[in-house]
Every structure is written in structure tokens, then in C-alpha cells.
Design a protein around this ligand. Structure first.
Ligand code: NAP
Length: 491
């Protein structure tokens, strides 16, 4: 099966600035290829600071009219965008699979997930409200009103090319902000297609602007926004080192920041867990997108008494995973995003083996005929706590099993990381559930559940996994500031 789109015009090769589809001024381009077979899909502009400034100009110009557009109307436009995304779910899903590599069913699922944020914030827009404060002195009226922060720079990673950009642009627009966006070098096409549909939905020119850039030129583009005092907020999803850089570099203009950064999620299986449910939850959490998710379990702690039984059940499931390109509907694990990612995963596996781990399943590059970007789903037992697998994001289909005896030991090991995004545990004991949920240092805790993401829930981390929350009733807060109005001399 070949992955073709019904609407070929959803594969775009231009930036979108001030309502116009345009090239980079110097004509530079970057190539986007399919990680499954390295075949070229398209070329898009490799933009410079010039395009970044033009995008910021356009977003700044559009801001006054967009913030003055009634919130209900902004919500209606977002609903139209949502309807178009849903109408093109198949094409968008194929495009995600083409440029990012995830299996077709996951590409389709990501479109639904992305659309759910657009719909959610379409519905949140008309509910924006402030507060009337009971004045502590006579003759005063005191109000707190919510205002859009202004132009927002949106910077997104490659692993969820639709969902990451949708869950930033939708709340920004709902709040009344305008946007300049830069998708990841590896996956700009899905973002461009989403923006095309936003244009078709009637979202006015300048409200969303999108600028593509290669890894080499990205800092130039983003720096132009960092230096621009009119850009009032950065919403970033990506790695912790880049997040820290953005925090430092935006200090001069004191921008508001949302940082959704890396994770190092623990997954704890207690002896009183439903082991079948725990295996199911781990498979869902770990192998989604081939393990290339920020919330996927990186370290699996299993209590001694059930370690053997759990490992046996898990080994059967991991060994049965089908690896292959998205063009094969039977594929469950697609290619990694690039060869660098594969190399890192193999280095992590080797390091664990050197430190005494036992290989139960996988552990190698998959059949050469598939291409260079495939890694076999891997299960390792007796992994040493010092192994790199336990400290760095592996971002691949590798499960390291570690043993523990006491609950406190598992909680302490889980928290012994600078990251704090997701964590998971399985237990049937109510008192343990409350104790462990309280003790885990993470923004998200999955309790007897491996699939935690939802547009209705606040998604985000603590510690070096960042700050800010996306989705839920709190999702607009990061795109608004509160203005206090104090009226005196009331008679
Ligand atoms: P990344 O290297 O940090 O890149 C993310 C984005 O930042 C890309 O658009 C990238 O552009 C851009 N970027 C890179 N260097 C930059 C710089 N010096 N200045 C400004 N922008 C820069 O991360 P990634 O490898 O794409 O994504 C994987 C990471 O994202 C993992 O750590 C993962 O955990 C995290 N993630 C977090 C969440 C969450 O919600 N917390 C969700 C998904 C992923 P180029 O592509 O052009 O380099």
C-alpha cells in the first residue's frame, strides 16, 4: 500500500505569513523525507530571521482586530476549523504517518487527538470570564478581567506534528492571541496542512503565521522572536536543554513562558497489581509512537514477588509486536524519526547490557531491507539503576525492568530524577494508591491506567519537565493575563 492523499493540495511547500503562502526570501529550502524509507516527500522553505520578522509583523498587526472579535465568534471559527480537520482525518493521518513514521492507525488517532483540543478550546472561548471582587472599602468597584497576552510564538517537536501545534494554537486563538509558529524540521507538513484548513475555516489573515526552518536555521528564526518585544509569550514543547535556553533568552523581554519538556517516566508494578492490566497499560504507554513520546515509561520497577510472572507476560507481548512501515497496515512499531535516534537507542541498550542487564527480547537494528531507522522492540531485565536507560530519555521501544522490595524504595527511585512529567503505577490497594499518588513527583500520575492524555485534563510537568498546563479548563490561563480594574468615587 502506498500512502497517498486524496487532497494532494494538503501537501504544502510554503510558509504562511499574513495570509499569503510564500517562499523564503533567499529561496532556501529544506527537504522533508519519510523516515520509513528516506524517500523525499516535499521541500519547504528554510526560513531566516527575515521571514520570522515578517510573521511577527503580521501577527502584531492582526492582534488588535482578533482580540476585539467576540469570543463567541472566535469559538465559531475554531469549530469550523475542527470540522475541516475531522473531514480530512484520513489525509491528515496519512500525512503524519508519511513524515513522522508512526503506524497509520496512530496517525489517524493523532488527528482525533489534535482535533479534540481545537473543539475543546472552541467551546472554552465563549466561557472566558473575569471576577467582580467584593470591595473592602465603600465607594469602589473592583474587577479582574482576562486579556489575551498578545503575539505568541509556538515551537513544536516532531513526535506529534498535529497534536502539539493544535493544542497551542487553539487556546491561543480562543484567548484572542495571534500566533507565529515554527514546526520541527522533520515534520513541517502536517502543521502546514492544519494551517491551510484554518485558512479555509475563515480564520483571518495574520492570526496564524507559520515559518519552516531547518535545524541549522531554527535558532535564527526563534532568536528573532525572542528579541522582539511584541512577541509576549513563547509556548514550547521539546527537549529540556532547548527549554532552558528559551527561558534564559526570553529574560530580556520578560516573555510569558509555557515549557512542555522532556520526561523520564517511572512505571511501578506493585505485588498487589492486576498484572494483566499492568501489562496492557505498559504496552499502551510504552509502545505508542514506538516509544517516542514524552510521557512514555522509561523505567519499569516491578516488586520482587511478581517480577518473574510480569516479565514472562510482557515478553510474549513485546516479542509479538510487528515492526514495519506505516504503508503496511499491520505495522505496530514504525521507524524511529532518524538514524541518530536509532544510534542513541542502541547505545543505551549496549550500556545496560555492559552493566549486567539480561536481554529478554529484541535489542538490535531490525532487518536491513526495511531501512536504517528500525529498532526491534526490546525488553531488558536486571537493569542497573545507573544505566543510561534510567537517566536519559531513550525515546525508543525499549523496556528496562528493575526490581524493588519495598514501596518506599520504588517511590524514592521514581523521584530520583530531575524530570517530573508523567509517572504510572499499578496497585489494587486503595490506601497504597493514595499514598503513592501523593508521593510521586510528577505533573501527571496514571493509576492503573497507561493512556493518560486527554483534552479535558491539564497536561504538563514539574521540575525540569517544565511549567504551564495544556488542555482542560486551565488551558487558557497561559495565554491570558489578568487586569485589575479599580473604580473609585462611586456614588
Ligand atoms: P527539540 O530538539 O528540543 O526540538 C523541539 C523544537 O525546538 C523543534 O521545533 C526544534 O527545531 C526547536 N529548536 C531546536 N533547537 C532550538 C534552539 N536552539 N532555539 C529554538 N528552537 C530550537 O526536541 P525534539 O527532539 O524535537 O523533541 C523531543 C523532545 O520533546 C523530547 O525531550 C520530548 O520529551 C519532548 N516532548 C515533550 C512533550 C511534552 O508535552 N512535555 C511532548 C512531546 C515531546 P528543529 O526541529 O528545527 O531543530
Amino acid at each position: 500500500m502506498t500512502l497517498t492523499l486524496e487532497r494532494g493540495d494538503l501537501i504544502l511547500n510554503s510558509n504562511y505569513i499574513a495570509g499569503r503562502w510564500c517562499e523564503a526570501a533567499d529561496g532556501a529550502t529544506l527537504t522533508v523525507s519519510n523516515p520509513a524509507d528516506m524517500q523525499l516527500i516535499a521541500e519547504v522553505p528554510d526560513s531566516s530571521a527575515e521571514e520570522a520578522r515578517a510573521a511577527a509583523d503580521a501577527a502584531h498587526e492582526a492582534f488588535a482586530a482578533w482580540r476585539a472579535t467576540p469570543a463567541k465568534r472566535r469559538g465559531e471559527l475554531l469549530k469550523r476549523w475542527h470540522a475541516l480537520v475531522m473531514a480530512h482525518q484520513e489525509d491528515l493521518g496519512r500525512l503524519i504517518s508519511l513524515e513522522q513514521g508512526k503506524p497509520l492507525v496512530e496517525g489517524q488517532g493523532e488527528v482525533l487527538y489534535a482535533a479534540s483540543y481545537i473543539e475543546w478550546f472552541a467551546e472554552e472561548a465563549p466561557r472566558i470570564a473575569g471576577e467582580m471582587i467584593a470591595a473592602p472599602v465603600a465607594g469602589r468597584r473592583m474587577l479582574a478581567v482576562k486579556e489575551p497576552v498578545g503575539v505568541v510564538a509556538v515551537i513544536t517537536p516532531w513526535n506529534f506534528p498535529a497534536a502539539m501545534i493544535a493544542r497551542k494554537i487553539a487556546p491561543a486563538l480562543a484567548a484572542g492571541c495571534t500566533v507565529v509558529a515554527k514546526p520541527a524540521e522533520d515534520t513541517p507538513l502536517t502543521s502546514l496542512a492544519l494551517v491551510r484548513l484554518a485558512e479555509e475555516a475563515g480564520i483571518p489573515a495574520g492570526v496564524i503565521n507559520i515559518v519552516c526552518a531547518s535545524r541549522g536555521r531554527t535558532p535564527e528564526v526563534v532568536d528573532a522572536w525572542l528579541e522582539d518585544a511584541r512577541v509576549r509569550k513563547i509556548s514550547f514543547t521539546g527537549s529540556t536543554p532547548v527549554g532552558k535556553h528559551l527561558a534564559r533568552a526570553s529574560a530580556d523581554t520578560l516573555k510569558k513562558l509555557s515549557l512542555e519538556l522532556g520526561g523520564n517516566a517511572p512505571f511501578i508494578v506493585f505485588k498487589d497489581a492486576d498484572l494483566d492490566a499492568a501489562v496492557e497499560g505498559l504496552m499502551a504507554a510504552k509502545f505508542r509512537n514506538g516509544g517516542q513520546t514524552c510521557v512514555c515509561p522509561n523505567r519499569v520497577y516491578v516488586q520482587d514477588a511478581v517480577l518473574g510472572a510480569f516479565a514472562d507476560k510482557l515478553a510474549v507481548r513485546v516479542a509479538a509486536l510487528r515492526v514495519g512501515p506505516a504503508s503496511d497496515p499491520a505495522s505496530q512499531i514504525g521507524p524511529m524519526i532518524n538514524t541518530r535516534a536509532v544510534d542513541k537507542i542502541l547505545v543505551h541498550i549496549d550500556d545496560a547490557l555492559t552493566q549486567g542487564a539480561r536481554l529478554l527480547v529484541g535489542g538490535e537494528r531490525v532487518r536491513a531491507d526495511l531501512g536504517p531507522n528500525y529498532v526491534s522492540p526490546t525488553l531488558l531485565a536486571d537493569v542497573a539503576p545507573a544505566a543510561r536507560l534510567c537517566h536519559e530519555e531513550t525515546f525508543g521501544p525499549v523496556v528496562p525492568l528493575l526490581r524493588f522490595e519495598a514501596e518506599e524504595e520504588a517511590v524514592a527511585a521514581s523521584n530520583a530524577t530531575p524530570f517530573g512529567l508523567a509517572s504510572y503505577f499499578y496497585s489494587e490497594s486503595v490506601s497504597r494508591i493514595h499514598r503513592v499518588a501523593d508521593a510521586l513527583e510528577a505533573g501527571i500520575v496514571g493509576i492503573n491506567e497507561g493512556a493518560v492524555a486527554s483534552e479535558a485534563a491539564p497536561f504538563g510537568g514539574i521540575k525540569e519537565s517544565g511549567y504551564g498546563r495544556e488542555g482542560s479548563v486551565h488551558g487558557l490561563d497561559d495565554y491570558q493575563h489578568i487586569k485589575y480594574l479599580c473604580q473609585g468615587n462611586l456614588r
